[in-house]
Ligand binder design. Structure first.
Ligand SMILES: Nc1ncnc2c1ncn2[C@@H]1O[C@H](COP(=O)(O)OP(=O)(O)OP(=O)(O)O)[C@@H](O)[C@H]1O
Length: 327
């Protein structure tokens, strides 16, 4: 029997595709026999090119959808639906706008039937944990993006799930807020001992957060390799500039490079012979979704098509420059 907290056991997911004017009915294989274990108390990051099935993997673990093949096990039991043993934090905060920060954190506790006095203690404790003690009475529209995401994290932690599932939770935030929330998340993880499964496009984010990083192939998603991250002392002031950090960043970037290219070419229209004298009209690689996301388009992700031009999203380009410098 598996000793993993979570086990994706040869999990496949096939989505039916409806008929449109441009396409026939068919199917998209999002995941193809993915096998991946997550240990109890582990911080596991999943990284991969756009459309490789990362969110699909998390949805399956969250019980939001069912596998087409294989099974997802938590503590050896198949996942059959959502449950309070798994808390999910999405990119968009999904807070209830009519409730205060405290009211949002209390939400899951109410669903769980926690008595009022105990609830108030738990809300106060978790708002403190995410550094929002002074903002309990604020409504979401009165909070910054980073604060809203802190509330969402506090809400998910408050009902004490065993596993925290995080689907690009910091992607919509500015670089400084993201950096500080990453640090906070590591602190919270160390304080709570939760098992965390974290999805990201960012190589830097993956190296910074993960004890292990699972790199996925382009669609249909499979696990290409799982990397152990050893940054030595994470408490050093600027961990991102250490040799260990650079080594892991390069390792992951190398694994991702071919997958991003494959994802980009899958997005291009089929090769029709161009009419004489007419240029080919390919989708510009740097402007494709895959190029946008991973910042590895032919122009190195420098075009305005880069959805978020901060250092983390541009990490593959940075890694390439680093490689050129080192090599
Ligand atoms: N409900 C659905 N119906 C049909 N196809 C779907 C559905 N959900 C996802 N897909 C397809 O499955 C594949 C994987 O999607 P998924 O969202 O899991 O990828 P991802 O790696 O999270 O992408 P991104 O990084 O861009 O968010 C994609 O090709 C997507 O178009």
């Amino acid at each position: 029997m598996s000793t993993d907290k979570v086990l994706f056991d040869r999990v496949s997911k096939i989505f039916p595709v409806r008929v449109t004017r441009r396409s026939q009915a068919g199917a998209v294989t999002a995941l193809d026999r993915v096998t991946l274990g997550v240990r109890d108390g582990e911080f596991l990051v999943v990284v991969g090119p756009s459309g490789c099935g990362k969110s699909t993997l998390l949805d399956l673990l969250g019980g939001l959808s069912k596998p087409s093949g294989g099974q997802v096990l938590v503590d050896g039991e198949p996942v059959v639906g959502p449950g309070l043993d798994r808390g999910i934090v999405f990119q968009q905060y999904a807070l209830l706008p009519w409730r205060t920060a405290a009211g949002n954190v209390a939400f899951g506790l109410e669903a769980k039937g926690v008595p009022r006095a105990e609830r108030a203690d738990l809300v106060a404790y978790h708002l403190e944990l995410v550094g929002l003690s002074g903002f309990a009475d604020r409504h979401p529209h009165e909070l910054s993006g980073g604060m809203k995401q802190r509330v969402a994290i506090a809400r998910s932690l408050a009902y004490d799930p065993d596993i925290l599932l995080m689907d690009e939770p910091f992607a919509a935030l500015d670089a400084q807020t993201r950096d500080s929330l990453q640090d906070e998340l590591v602190r919270i993880w160390q304080a709570t001992g939760k098992t965390i499964v974290f999805i990201t496009h960012g190589i830097d984010e993956a190296v910074h957060l993960g004890q292990r990083v699972a790199v996925m192939t382009s669609r249909p998603g499979r696990i290409k390799q799982v990397i152990d991250i050893d940054l030595g002392d994470r408490a050093v002031e600027d961990v991102r500039s250490t040799d260990a950090f650079r080594h892991h960043r390069h390792q992951i970037w190398t694994l991702l490079r071919d997958e991003v290219r494959a994802a980009q070419s899958a997005e291009r229209p089929p090769a029709a012979a161009p009419a004489p004298g007419r240029p080919r009209r390919w989708a510009r690689p740097g402007g494709s979704a895959a190029g946008r996301i991973a910042g590895t388009g032919s122009d190195g992700g420098r075009t305005p098509a880069v959805r978020d031009a901060d250092a983390d999203r541009a990490a593959p380009a940075a890694a390439r420059h680093e490689e050129a410098r080192v090599g």
